[in-house]
Design a protein around this ligand. Structure first.
Ligand code: T4K
Length: 382
């Protein structure tokens, strides 16, 4: 085995521990642990400034943030969404009795293909949920034009895209709102957490009501609501990690360059997604996505098995695709027929470990293994 400890996709980036501890000590001194405490309010202010939006509401996790955003936008009936995403995107709709209508992706962006979106609009369609998959930006302008022309709401699942830009503009302000996840596995984490970002004042007010049981003051409930609040300890982690974010970005950029360099001469392998300038500079490179083509002598799954045997825990995100998971497989068994790009990518992509837990020499060893197998050599390079 090449590595004596597992190298995970999604190993957390952890910022300044002393800063985190200081926030937590102050939190204990204040005896204020949840419910819009000082740390959450500070975190929201910092997020707002960072993303350049009018409102950013911190949440307990990205899934609840999606559910609340979907409900506040009054989506109903059918909503168009990619199948090539983490299942939470689809579940957030279906959990509320909405039918997620799976749409194929554009091979360049791996995000919703606007031409395919148009084909799926019916009288029951109320909205479009785009996903900035693996941090790549959706074609926000084309989706906006379709939504406006057809009277649909547009929102984005930006769980992979914190800090990234589209056309030089920071993700967070597109569509009616955008939803982030700050789960431990994300480029920027708050242990668990999420946020809804929006420039719409009325929407923000409703989201705040709904995330706190509909309370508008101590005794008044003005709206149906749920508990979507972020805790103080999560905000402490978020605040500490926000200070380290430039370092995380630089590490990921360096790691991606090491993978790019190591993989470039291996026939059949392609590093997916290199946004053009100026978006390249901002990219969080949270995921290193490799497409395994027919020219590579091993199948994607055989390559995965061999890497796992070396303790490199690559992932097939998001195989087998939402449309092949329950309850969607039973709801619409034929969905795969209209998702050729999605199905092709789901069979070919493999995600490699990156982040601050992975060093450039470790990446050098990983790509040496992959190159060796590509040249027909065994696991020991012979
Ligand atoms: N939308 C999209 C597009 C998303 O990708 C996600 C979440 C959401 C919405 C929903 O946001 P949240 O409600 O989660 O905030 C993981 C994460 O749990 C999930 O947050 C994330 N996407 C998804 C892409 O990855 P799993 O099922 O793959 O988790 P698991 O337990 O297999 O862990 C992933 C990897 O991370 C493993 O290799 C182990 C490693 N890991 C994990 C944790 C928690 C660590 O090394 N350390 C850790 O502390 O979903």
């Amino acid at each position: 085995m090449e590595f004596n400890r597992p190298l995970h996709v999604g190993a957390p980036n952890i910022g300044d521990r002393e800063l985190f501890q200081a926030h937590v000590d102050a939190m204990f001194d204040r005896r204020w642990l949840a419910n819009h405490g000082e740390l959450v309010l500070r975190f929201e202010e910092k997020l707002k400034a960072y993303l350049g939006v009018r409102h950013c509401i911190a949440m307990c996790n990205g899934t609840t943030a999606l559910e609340i955003a979907i409900r506040v936008l009054e989506l109903a009936g059918e909503v168009i969404v990619p199948s090539f995403t983490f299942v939470a995107t689809a579940h957030a709709l279906r959990w509320q009795g909405i039918v997620p209508v799976f749409c194929d992706v554009d091979p360049d962006t791996l995000c919703l293909d606007p031409k395919e979106v148009e084909k799926l609009i019916t009288p029951r369609t109320t909205g479009i949920v785009g996903v900035h998959l693996f941090g790549q930006g959706c074609d926000v302008e084309a989706l906006r034009s379709i939504a406006d022309a057809r009277g649909l709401k547009l929102m984005f699942d930006a769980a992979h895209a914190f800090g990234n830009t589209i056309g030089g503009r920071r993700i967070g302000g597109f569509g009616e709102c955008e939803v982030f996840s700050f789960h431990a596995t994300k480029f920027f984490n708050a242990f668990e957490g999420g946020a809804v970002a929006t420039d719409n004042d009325a929407l923000a007010e409703k989201i705040r009501l709904m995330q706190n049981f509909g309370f508008s003051d101590w005794d008044t409930v003005d709206h149906l609501g749920i508990n979507g609040k972020m805790t103080e300890v999560c905000a402490a982690m978020g605040l500490a990690n926000l200070e380290g974010i430039d370092g995380f970005r630089e590490t990921n950029r360096r790691n991606r360059a090491a993978y790019a360099d190591g993989l470039k001469d291996i026939p059949g392998l392609r590093l997916v997604g290199e946004p053009a300038a100026p978006d390249r500079a901002a990219a969080n490179n949270q995921y290193v996505v490799v497409e395994v083509g027919a020219q590579y002598p091993l199948s994607r799954d055989e390559l995965m098995r061999r890497l796992h045997a070396e303790n490199v825990l690559v992932r097939r995100y998001f195989w087998p695709g939402c449309h092949r998971m329950e309850p969607y497989r039973t709801d619409d068994p034929e969905a795969g027929k209209r998702l050729p790009m999605t199905e092709a990518f789901l069979e070919r992509v493999l995600l490699f470990p990156t982040g601050t837990a992975v060093s450039v020499p470790a990446i050098g060893k990983i790509v040496a293994l992959v190159a060796g197998w590509g040249a027909g050599r065994g696991a020991n390079g012979l």
